[in-house]
Design a protein around this ligand. Sequence first.
Ligand code: BES
Ligand code: ZN
Length: 459
Amino acid sequence: MNKKAVSVALALSLAFGATGAQTAFMKGPVAGVHQVNEHFDKKVLNQIDAQRIYDNIDYLAKTPRVAGTEAEQNAIKYIKEQFESYGYQVELQPFTFYGYTQPTSIDLTVDGYAGDLNPVSFTYTVSGDATGELVDAGLGTKAALQNVDLTGKIAFIQRGEISFGEKVLNAAEKGAAGVIIYNNADGALNGTLGAHDDRYVPAVALTKEEGEALKAYVGKTASLSVVGAEAGYKDSHNVIATKYPTNKKKATGDVIVVGAHHDSVAGAPGANDDASGTAMTLELARVMKNVPADTEIRFITFGAEELGLLGSYHYVNSLSQTEKDRIVANFNLDMVGSRDAGDLIMRTLDGKPNLVTELAQKSSLKLNGTPTPYDIGGRSDHVPFAEAGIPAALFIHSPSEPWYHTPEDTIDKISIEKLQDVAEIVGSAVYDLAQFDKKKPKGPKVKASKEMIFEQSFE
Ligand code: BES
Ligand code: ZN
């Protein structure tokens, strides 16, 4: 579809929607310049198979898929192979990021102490083993350590006054082999050293209660061990399958991006967040593969979304301005199949309607009798597109399910009906935009009036 025509349609829909943007779209003429080719639309819609989406979620959500891990690599390989099996050429776009992996195990023993010790990790602690005399290092400030020899010893430090990172650095500077920091208030101490530093020594945290109990053991030998912690550069990839316009001569040059993130948070299998969007992207790619279209469609699964939208930022930042200008729409599918979440909603970064919400309202109205509402919201891969000025929206059910980012985000919570519904709404909207423009009516050119532009734009 021609981008200019769309902007005109959008501008007018806003101008004419006196009672609010959503009602404007409900009331306004919903079949635009792109009157959906009903026959073909049905053919595409009838092909959408939510069971296939479900099965791919099932496959992907066997384990968490944390960016930079082997599990993410396996997911990427699987997604690529699926796209290829539908006939796509696939590009893996690599990017690196600096990441930290939490320890897999932490251990602490103190000679003669028979009580319970449950040491926990500081984010950014280094791995390592340390055995030495337990030395009271006060608050671990430079002043407190001035006349203390910590060489080869374990610094026993109370929380307070300076940061955990500074305490560890001060102790390490004095030769400490390891650091224990205990809380100065009730409850667990879940701390961070702030950032990686090569000078760190292994550091663990204890509760106030544990720390106070250990005071009587200063002078004894303590042993601590941190295993599996790792900071460093890691690799992730975006997976890009491109459907080129079917007739080069009639190609508009416009590009639609349909995408989702394939990574998950640690400990969560991420069936809904976001194996659901990934599997739906695959299914839409499958059904659209041989559909005649004048618009390029890129089906992309992004890596490292959970670490700060890293994959989608990398993708958008890698495009020249000319390439960015070609992208007319980004449909972001993130958490699109939860049985226990609310209804479908779209979220745009500025809370305003755009081409994506307009097309999806039109298709949802046609399919379900009511247009899918939209609201303001970021927190996912549509953000970099929106920031680049590209019409973008997140498709999500709201309110979210209680399993979000938990080990319970599993396949048994996925609703096939919701998958089918979202896939149809998005598939139909994408097809509406991608299909060949209708031929312009023949006849003498007449100067366009406002009404005529309105007509052209919506009907
Ligand atoms: N799928 C979520 C975003 C989300 C969840 C939006 C619930 C609305 C309701 C996404 O994967 C996520 O968890 N994003 C992070 C932010 C991101 C910048 C790391 C979040 O929201 O904490
Ligand atoms: Zn997500």
